[in-house]
Design a protein around this ligand. Structure first.
Ligand SMILES: C[S@@+](CC[C@H](N)C(=O)[O-])C[C@H]1O[C@@H](n2cnc3c(N)ncnc32)[C@H](O)[C@@H]1O
Length: 287
């Protein structure tokens, strides 16, 4: 009988094969590391797209249920601080961990402007600092995990840093599903698949954790001010070269596909499924 491949190994292979595919098509673009998030204008575009959506987010509702005024929170891969900022006024303190200076820069500015003094930013990869931080009541990680090849130590770090409830949120439908016809049109074959929330849940089981998994519908956050901005985004998603020919072809494909709503262009879906995986942290009961 063949041995079962560990979920963590499967996860790593899937993430690496996906990054290698992009690297092959567009040298230097394969690693979606810190440079990717620090690239000029990206943090600004990200915050413009996600805006103040945390309050309406099902993940936020679930975090609110388990937090009090005195709670401490760690936001793993906090980015521009969508959840950090929304939580900070409701809990005791939030530690926002993210390796991207540009993404944290947006968060820091917003915290200053709102006079919030209970946020501490840690500019680092989670796996490099997880063991050094004081455990928190709630540890949350939203839309980060599929970017990480070594998911097992990443999740183990979350588990050990959490006294109460830990949450991982990720897409439950690969965003690739939406652009699959375009990927095949330009590259003549399929995109390498990403790991899923079921793989993440299995890694947690292998760590001895019993995860609770919910799939909820989330209002799509994606929107573009005009066709040019949309083409720029999809050129990147599809790992295409920046040539006049590609830009023109993309615009001609996107124009009939995108839907206009209140001055914004968006893909022809209004919601996407999101998985919320949660579990009781391993630091529970520890002071
Ligand atoms: C899609 S954004 C999500 C931001 C935020 N959590 C949200 O839901 O709006 C992904 C973020 O993960 C961060 N990130 C990527 N790898 C990371 C790692 N190993 N440790 C911590 N953060 C990481 C990136 O810098 C980026 O800011």
């Amino acid at each position: 009988m063949l041995g079962r491949m560990r979920a963590a190994t499967r996860w790593r292979r899937l993430v690496e094969a996906r990054l290698a595919q992009v690297e092959q098509l567009s040298a230097g673009r394969g690693a979606m590391g810190t440079e990717y998030w620090n690239a000029r204008g990206r943090a600004r575009r990200y915050v413009a797209a996600v805006g103040e959506t945390a309050e309406r987010d099902p993940l936020f509702t679930r975090m609110r249920r388990v937090t009090r005024r005195s709670s401490t929170v760690i936001d793993v891969g906090a980015g521009t601080g969508r959840f950090t900022l929304a939580l900070a006024s409701r809990v005791g303190s939030v530690v926002a961990v993210d390796p991207s200076r540009a993404m944290l820069g947006v968060l820091r500015r917003a915290a200053r402007q709102r006079g919030i003094g209970t946020i501490r930013c840690v500019e680092a990869r989670w796996e490099d600092v997880a063991g050094t931080l004081e455990p928190a009541d709630v540890v949350v990680c939203s839309y980060v995990l599929p970017l990480v090849a070594e998911a097992e130590p990443f999740l183990a770090g979350m588990h050990q840093a959490c006294r109460g409830r830990a949450f991982v949120a990720m897409n439950a439908m690969s965003a690739d599903a939406l652009v699959d016809p375009f990927w095949r049109h330009f590259h003549g074959g399929p995109r390498r698949p990403a790991p899923t929330y079921l793989d993440a849940a299995e890694i947690l089981s292998d760590l001895g954790v019993e995860p609770e998994v919910e799939v909820v519908e989330l209002r799509s956050l994606v929107g573009y001010p005009d066709l040019r901005a949309a083409a720029r985004h999809y050129r990147e998603v599809l790992a295409l070269p920046d040539t006049a020919e590609v830009r023109a072809e993309l615009r001609s494909l996107l124009d009939p596909w995108l839907v206009e709503e209140r001055g914004t262009l968006r893909p022809p879906i209004t919601t996407t499924p999101m998985a919320v995986i949660s579990w009781v942290g391993g630091a529970a009961g520890r002071p």
